[in-house]
Write a protein that binds this ligand. Structure first.
Ligand code: AMP
Length: 967
């Protein structure tokens, strides 16, 4: 009975049930004897002693040697015994006792029958709960603990000192925590600790096919109980827990990772594999996108877009609108996009349309079901293929040969017929002598290689032909440039050019310009001037019509707009060098050779990459031309694998730069064109691009230093505009700074505005325009003039005064255009002199003819620099003209409830404490703060100061501005 109830937590070391007559376990040492008794009719034996009538009893009964399991330092001794009532002995009761003592002695070896009392330590005095009288027998059970055992074994001994005792049984055991499995970790049977180690830490081992990040552990208490399991094992992928073990997932189920989860059924469109699957692979024809979870369903490819149609929107600009319906079957996905491919066919020969065609918004990644395609040539057949893609398309194309895929494309063949001739957009003087003028002009859309050539009608006359009779000379030309010779020296001529439509009738817009031959001794001239014309660069002159027309003087046909009068005619007729568009040269290599010096590559040493240009790396290096001083240079390289066209575009920057010579224009040292690796070598600007330089030195320059930089940029721009060069991409990122803080205008590549600038955004007309820097008319109808460069200069002024802040912050391009259209302008940068901000506002006048010219700007900046006091008045924030400020961006217009909420919204929470310590605890107090106050509470970093100050301005402005300017 005893053993059965304790068996799970205890291990028996010794059990003596005297009734079984197993008497060897005790060694009777003195006075104890084995006595047979009868209880309830059954016989049993006891070790007894009963010398109650005698004094000074000292009777010992000792066990045999009890071997101890090493871990068991604590053992329990459970005794069953009887003690007789002393009163029942009459006189003898005087010396009679009713208790006996339990002793123990440790030993590493069995000492046999040798007994030395002195080696035993007392464990306890054992007293009965109930004593046995003459008539009634009471068996007592008492358990005592023997602690701190350390040797190989021990003895127990019972000392009787005059009681009448009978020992029925002794059970000696220790406790264990039984072997167990908890959270899929198995723990071995463990001996419970003793008083010196109440909790024993035990490490477990994960069951088969289970794993754990942390070693599973558990504690065994002194009472043999497991408590506080730490860390757990989980069935690994492909397995799940079933009754304390890990079992393989059944077929058609999967489990992707080790977890306590059950296996899940395979998702839609996947294969139901054998048991133990980690994932369910896609069924044939279904895929997962790389971003899809591997445990998710698989999807099919979309079917083809439907109902593809083309509508002609603007014939004159060669524009079509393609539209279609989404595919009928999206393959179960919502991330459908479309791409367009274009083939142009002449007869049966078809080829890719290449990069010439412009798509708005783009040719790939379209989410809308329409795209506008422009710059198409007339009279050609185009085949447009619209393909539907989804997240799985790319993956599918890698996984499956194309032929096996369902068609995701729709094809449409269409052609465009121009009825209108192209427009002439600008005409310029290329070169002049006393008797000849070379002119060139731009046309839109530009004639394409292989398309039918455009023909032009050039009409000119002497400006001062008086009387009512005017002599017009009409030339029909096939190229957009001409050299007219045998003109009168020092004489102004009026030229008008018009493109001819395919049927030969002049149309489209024409352009009239006045140019003057240079002054020289007048030559004797024939009254009826014989004028011949030769087309430059091999252009074919079709025929010359010399007409003497008797016409009334007409003034009305001119189409000069305000932009054309922007440069007064006197300015244009100044004997100034004029920029020559390298495109005017039929062979661009001729242009490079004309404007740039060829350098031998052995004279160039590349030292370090300093930037990445459109065409290849930009290096810092040394140029050492024999006989000349060594100079630091920047070397632009053309990466390998370029096409001839790319090489020409790359070198065109040198052809342009080489025409300029000004302190504030980046200087071309030369080019390498005759070797495989083409290079452009320019002066080296130690401080790199201006926008980054200012951001890195935020707040480090005084206003007059910033204005000095602007003066340099303005001087460079004046030079460019005087040469009739329109930059189109003036921005702080395209200004370079040297070690004396001199700023120079750079970035002159022909394709730069279109391709190079990361700020460039495609417009509806197909160009790429850096919206934030570009004048409204240039965005709206590509009217790029020096006046639009002035607008950009205003933005550069703002960038400089704001230490490289991004114009219009995080507003989208669309928001910027809308705001500008609604007459809002950037607010004055912090601490910006009022006079400088006024100049910016002038540069941003809607009417471009009213904007200052670069000459005016240089003069004004010079004036400001000469009288530093003029920079002392700081511009105010004026919500009537200012664009929404960053404080309100992203906010729903509702006021901030606390200072900390506001600071958090502008990511300046680190100053919360500064505000609280300064006693600024309400938004009303915040609104009263001036820049000085913000500095005083401990905001020192200029960028942070600016952000907080702008935010406060924005908050003040919020009610007034937001109500009129809701973006
Ligand atoms: P770009 O292709 O002209 O935009 O040049 C790319 C980058 O190279 C610029 O942003 C500059 O950081 C660096 N870089 C270009 N030209 C020079 C130069 N002349 N001196 C110093 N750095 C230059």
């Amino acid at each position: 009975m005893f053993t059965s109830c304790l068996i799970d937590v205890s291990v028996l070391l010794l059990y003596i049930n005297v009734c079984t007559s197993n008497l060897v376990d005790f060694v009777i040492l003195f006075q104890w004897e084995v006595v047979q008794r009868t209880l309830n009719g059954s016989q049993f034996y006891t070790y007894s002693v009963c010398n109650v009538g005698e004094r000074e009893q000292d009777n010992w009964l000792r066990t045999t040697f009890i071997q101890r399991r090493p871990a068991a330092s604590r053992v329990f001794v459970e005794l069953q015994f009887i003690v007789r009532d002393c009163n029942s002995f009459g006189d003898s009761s005087v010396t009679c006792k009713e208790t006996f003592n339990l002793f123990t002695s440790e030993s590493d070896a069995d000492v046999g029958t040798t007994f030395r009392k002195g080696q035993f330590k007392k464990v306890a005095t054992i007293a009965p709960d109930e004593i046995t009288s003459k008539n009634e027998l009471h068996i007592n059970t008492e358990t005592r603990v023997v602690e701190n055992l350390s040797r190989k074994g021990f003895y127990l001994a019972f000392q009787d000192i005059g009681a009448c005792v009978a020992l029925l049984s002794a059970r000696v055991y220790y406790k264990t925590c039984p072997a167990t499995v908890k959270s899929l970790a198995s723990f071995p049977e463990t001996v419970a600790g003793g008083e010196n180690q109440a909790l024993r830490e035990v490490s477990g081992v994960c069951m088969d096919n289970a794993i754990s990040e942390e070693l599973p552990r558990i504690y065994c208490t002194v009472d043999g109980e497991w408590v506080v399991p730490v860390g757990q094992c989980q069935c690994k992928s492909g397995y799940e827990e079933v009754k304390d073990a890990c079992q393989e997932c059944q077929a058609g189920f999967f489990k992707a990772a080790a977890s306590g989860d059950k296996c899940e059924p395979c998702p839609a469109n996947t294969q139901k594999l054998n048991s133990g699957a980690l994932v369910c692979p896609c069924m044939d024809g279904f895929y997962r996108a790389p971003t899809d979870p591997p445990t998710g369903p698989c999807s099919g490819l979309p079917s083809a877009p439907r109902d593809l149609v083309a509508t002609t929107t603007q014939l004159s600009t060669g524009k079509l609108l393609l539209s279609w319906q989404p595919p009928e079957d999206t393959g179960g996905r919502s991330d459908i996009t479309y791409s367009i491919e274009c083939q142009r066919c002449e007869g049966v020969v078809c080829q890719s349309c290449g990069e010439k065609i412009r798509y708005e918004p783009a040719s790939t990644g379209l989410t809308d079901t329409k795209v506008s395609v422009s710059e198409l040539d007339a009279h050609l057949n185009y085949t447009f293929t619209v393909e539907a893609h989804s997240g799985v398309s790319l993956f599918a194309s890698q996984a499956t040969p194309r032929a096996n895929k369902p068609p995701s494309t729709s094809v449409l063949t269409t052609s465009l017929l121009y009825t209108d001739p192209p427009k002439i957009t600008s005409m310029r003087l290329v070169e002049r002598t006393s008797t000849s003028l070379s002119l060139s002009w731009d046309v839109f859309p530009r004639p394409r290689v292989q398309s039918r050539p455009i023909r032009y009608e050039l009409t000119y006359r002497k400006k001062d032909d008086n009387l009512d009779v005017t002599t017009y000379i009409v030339l029909i030309l096939e190229k957009n440039f001409v050299q007219i010779s045998k003109l009168a020296p020092g004489t102004a001529y009026l030229f008008r050019v018009q493109a001819l439509s395919s049927d030969g009738t002049p149309g489209g817009s024409s352009m009239e310009e006045q140019f003057e031959t240079s002054l020289e001794e007048r030559l004797t001239q024939n009254n009826t001037a014989v004028i011949s014309c030769a087309a430059v660069g091999g252009a074919a002159m079709l025929f010359i019509v010399v007409m003497v027309l008797f016409l009334r003087r007409r003034n009305s046909h001119t189409r000069q707009g305000p932009e054309d009068t922007y440069f007064s005619s006197s300015e244009q007729l100044k004997p100034l060098k004029t920029y020559v568009d390298p495109h005017t040269y039929e062979d661009p290599n001729t242009a490079v050779l004309k404007f740039a010096t060829e350098i031998h590559p052995s004279h160039i040493t590349k030292q370090k990459v300093i930037g990445a240009g459109e065409f290849g790396e930009v290096y810092r290096g040394i140029l050492k031309v024999p006989g000349r001083k060594e100079v630091a240079v920047a070397i632009k390289t053309l990466k390998p694998g370029y096409s001839e066209k790319q090489r020409q575009d790359f070198l065109s920057e040198a052809s342009i730069m080489g025409q300029f010579s000004h302190q504030n224009i980046i200087r071309l040292e030369g080019v390498v064109t005759k070797f495989k690796h083409a290079m452009i070598v320019t002066e080296y600007m130690e401080n790199g691009a201006l926008d980054r330089y200012l951001r890195d030195h935020d707040g480090e320059f005084a206003s007059f230093q910033l204005v000095g930089m602007l003066r340099g940029i303005a001087a460079g721009m004046k030079y460019l505009s005087d040469m009739s060069y329109v930059h189109r991409d003036l921005a702080a990122r395209n200004i370079l700074v040297n070690n004396t803080l001199e700023c120079k205008v750079s970035d002159f590549g022909l394709s730069r505005v279109l391709e190079d600038d990361p700020e460039g955004t495609y417009t509806t007309s197909g160009g790429k325009i850096p919206i934030r820097w570009t004048a409204p008319e240039a965005i709206a109808y590509r009217k790029f003039t020096s006046a639009s460069d002035v607008w950009s200069f205003g933005i550069v002024m703002w960038e400089v005064m704001a230490f490289g802040e991004r114009p219009y912050w995080d507003m989208s391009n669309h928001e910027v255009m809308k705001a500008i259209n609604e007459a809002f302008r950037l607010p004055a940068p912090m601490d910006c002199p009022s006079a400088v901000y006024q100049l910016m506002l002038q540069c941003w006048l809607q009417d471009r003819s009213k904007r200052p010219r670069f000459g005016d700007i240089v003069n004004l900046l010079d004036k400001l620099l000469r009288s530093p006091d003029s920079l002392k008045t700081i511009a105010d924030f004026d919500p009537r003209v200012s664009i929404r400020l960053p404080s309100t961006s992203g906010s729903d217009g509702s006021p901030f409830r606390s200072v900390s909420e506001w600071l958090e919204s502008i990511k300046m929470s680190q100053y919360s404490e500064n505000f609280t310590c300064a006693g600024v605890v309400t938004m009303d107090q915040v609104l009263q703060m001036k820049n000085e106050d913000i500095k005083n509470i401990g905001v020192r970093l200029p960028g942070h100061l600016k952000r907080i100050a702008y935010s406060i301005l924005g908050l003040k402005d919020q009610t007034s501005t937001l109500s009129v300017f809701a973006v």
